[in-house]
Design a protein around this ligand. Structure first.
Ligand code: MG
Length: 325
């Protein structure tokens, strides 16, 4: 058993989440949600991306978002950049952390971003070259690490090879993403064990989608392999671009509930996080997709009509306990 004692949660809701929601959220509301998320103690909150607003209108105005948020010392605010042009915009907006992306599947890469894997790696090299002199931290995302909607299976050795390339190009951290939420626990653990042959565990993160209900199981399997950085999105923001109406990113609050039960600490106050999820629902008009948020809402409704069941007391107690971690 090599589970870590503490984990770092990378909140991806305001970027990966919102870019996959149909609704375009105004800049002021994006700022309010990011501020609410950082108040919960999240150490990393992805703030947006500098991609073409024609391609992804949800992320237009990320420069204003980055300038408008109330930055805290305890939180970092990465932005996604596809190439050197995006990187220059990010630098102009004061970004100190950026993220780049590459697919483990050639077909996905060409169809999703109209670019080969080799060309994506060239873009990464351009971004890293601009980041280095500024001391900007670069995270690399790899998509389709457990399967591709066009090619099917993706070999763990392929993922390990791309992760090794990203590390050697200068990415500080590499996030392994099951973009279509197709993978299961053993496969996820095997993939991490293959990748760690090329990149040290301390530089790896995992990114799961709950499309098939496997996200938490996959996280647990990867924790047992030694992973200590986990991506998630408050309220399960994001949906799934390949399956209309399906669950998207793993919900941060569901992840926190599991970590608490495992005795694994994070820096996040679960009550403050649930306040941020409530803001996402009420202000953004996007329904939260997490199990914990739904359970807490049902518990509140029950309390309003008198008394908690034993199970509901357990949910409330877990929330109080998690706040201390
Ligand atoms: Mg995602």
């Amino acid at each position: 058993m090599t589970r870590p004692a503490t984990v770092t949660i990378v909140e991806v809701g305001p970027r990966d989440g919102l870019q996959n929601e149909g609704r375009i959220v105004p800049i002021e509301q994006r700022i309010a949600v990011i501020d609410a998320l950082s108040r919960s103690g999240l150490p990393i909150v992805e703030a947006g991306s500098f991609v073409s607003p024609r391609a992804i209108p949800q992320m237009a105005g990320t420069g204003e978002v980055l300038r408008g948020i109330s930055k805290t010392e305890a939180t970092r605010y990465p932005v996604l950049v596809p190439n050197a042009t995006g990187m220059r915009h990010a630098i102009d907006a004061g970004a100190r952390d950026v993220a780049v992306f590459v697919s483990a599947s050639e077909s996905f890469s060409r169809r999703n971003i109209n670019c080969s894997i080799a060309a994506s790696l060239d873009h990464v090299a351009e971004v890293v070259a601009l980041a280095g002199p500024q001391g900007i931290r670069v995270r690399g995302y790899i998509s389709c690490v457990l399967g591709c909607p066009y090619e099917g299976d993706v070999a763990a050795t392929t993922v390990a090879g791309i992760a090794g390339r990203l590390a050697s190009l200068g990415c500080d951290e590499i996030s392994l993403g099951d973009t279509i939420g197709i993978g299961t626990a053993q496969q996820a653990q095997d993939m991490v064990r293959a990748v760690v042959q090329t990149v040290p565990m301390a530089r790896l993160a995992v990114h799961f989608h709950d499309t098939c209900g496997q996200a938490l199981a996959n996280v647990l399997a990867c924790l047992e392999a030694g992973i200590a950085v986990i991506d998630s999105a408050a309220g399960g923001l994001g949906g799934c671009p390949y399956a209309n109406g399906a669950s998207g990113n793993l919900a941060t609050e569901d992840l926190l509930y599991m970590l608490d039960g495992l005795g694994i600490a994070s820096s996040v106050d679960i009550e403050a996080l649930l306040d941020a999820v409530e803001l996402i629902e009420t202000s953004l008009g996007i329904a939260a997709r997490s199990k914990l948020f739904a359970a807490r809402r049902r518990q509140s409704a029950r309390l309003g009509s008198g008394g908690m069941t034993r199970q509901q007391q357990g949910v409330a107690e877990a929330g109080r306990h998690a706040r201390m971690n």
